[in-house]
Design a protein around this ligand. Structure first.
Ligand code: ADP
Length: 377
């Protein structure tokens, strides 16, 4: 090979190492590093000079760090591929000793009698962080989904309410029978029976209230919250649950939309409920689409709008939409929107449903705008 060509090749190789988007490390069959891309330097915190000639186990953690030389020699002896061409997630180690997950792919090249192994690495830290965040969110939402699961809600309500209602019935029936011969003593007993019945119906009312408080988690823990992440996390959860492809969901919210003063989990529950309802309503709609937007209204409120292109609200439930039991679904308890209303009102906002221009439904609710700025983390 002419000298010029070697130079040109060398330069070409250097330009690859400078610009390859994944971190790329080349080693020889003794495990010594022979090339280290710029992105590898950024990822691991070592300069190329620091690592050239060093054993690649420097970048590894745990048992890989101790056994890497054995992995190479075993492969050279047996030819059995455990990772080459397969790829896997492993833990890597930065210069400062911190560990982080990477997606590792290895290719090999045989040049004469010698092997070169090229590793491509992608940092998975951000992906892992997102996964952890989603898991935490999902866990927090579990008690809500548990409540909206029809069976649990129905049996909890039935059980709690049955007792006072039975007592009310017994007292009222007794009072009715006593009216057959309304002498003085009977009147006294009737009065007592009605008193007891009234007490028990107050108790039934308290149970309902307690349940509503529980559903909306009693005290609202409001804090200044960025709207866009709040909404996109909620959408991601719905898509995880219902499948990403079922519906086109677009979010158009101006970047300068002010923060809102909310308990994020509760407001996400509202968004999830409305979006889930919309997707269910559009199960026979060819082009399922949902548009989310937000705007400032007046001095201190922000309005969120969730519009679908479904069939619109059924006339039978339209008047009672936000009341418990308004449902057109065979398994629905009609609690979702009444819970949404409780949550939005506990936040000082209002919620309503209007017809959308294209015949679908548009839910709009308002939230208080947060004063000042939130703590960005
Ligand atoms: P459930 O989902 O248990 O029926 P909800 O209170 O969440 O209870 O919803 C009540 C009813 O409102 C639904 O059964 C449905 O008929 C109607 N509804 C809600 N959202 C929509 C929508 N986007 N399009 C059409 N109908 C809707």
């Amino acid at each position: 090979m002419a000298e010029m060509d070697v130079d040109a090749l060398h330069q070409h190789f250097r330009s690859i190492m400078a610009s390859v988007p994944d971190a790329m490390v080349v080693i020889n069959e003794t495990g010594a590093i022979t090339a280290f891309s710029n992105t590898s330097s950024t990822l691991f915190g070592y300069s190329e000079d620091e690592v050239l000639g060093q054993n690649v186990s420097l970048l590894m953690a745990g048992k890989d760090r101790a056994n890497h030389d054995t992995y190479i020699s075993r492969y050279l002896q047996t030819g059995i591929r455990k990772i080459i061409g397969i790829g896997r997630t492993v833990t890597a180690r930065r210069k400062d000793g911190t560990l982080f997950p990477i997606d590792l792919k290895i290719g090999e090249a045989k040049i004469g009698e010698h092997y070169l192994f090229t590793a491509f690495m992608r940092d998975l830290t951000e992906q892992r962080r997102n996964e952890t965040r989603m898991k935490a969110l999902q866990a927090e939402l579990v008690h809500f989904s548990r409540l909206s699961s029809v069976g649990t809600m129905a049996s909890a309500l039935a059980h709690e309410l049955n007792q006072p209602l039975t007592v009310v019935t017994n007292y009222l029936e007794a009072a009715r029978d006593l009216l057959d011969a309304p002498d003085e003593e009977a009147m006294k007993m009737i009065q007592e029976a009605l008193n007891e019945a009234a007490k028990q119906s107050v108790r039934a009312g308290q149970i309902v209230r307690k349940l509503r408080d529980y559903v909306s988690r009693g005290e609202v823990d409001k804090r200044p919250t960025e709207l866009v992440p709040l909404i996109s996390d909620a959408i991601e959860l719905v898509q995880t649950e219902m499948g990403e492809g079922v519906c086109r969901i677009s979010i158009s919210i101006a970047e300068d939309i002010p923060d809102v003063l909310v308990d994020p989990i509760q407001i996400q529950q509202v968004v999830i409920n409305i979006v889930r309802n919309a997707i269910e309503a559009m199960k026979d709609t060819d082009d399922c689409g949902i548009k989310l937007s937000a705007s400032v209204v007046g001095e201190d409120m922000v309005m969120i709008s969730i519009e679908d292109n479904g069939p619109g609200i059924d006339r039978d439930v339209a008047d009672q939409l936000f009341k418990p039991q308004a449902s057109t679904k065979s398994t629905g308890m009609g609690l979702g929107l009444s819970i949404c209303k409780t949550i939005v009102e506990a936040h000082g906002g209002t919620i309503e449903a209007v017809s959308a221009a294209g015949g679908g439904t548009r839910f709009v609710f308002t939230l208080e705008r947060a004063e000042g700025t939130h703590d960005r983390d």
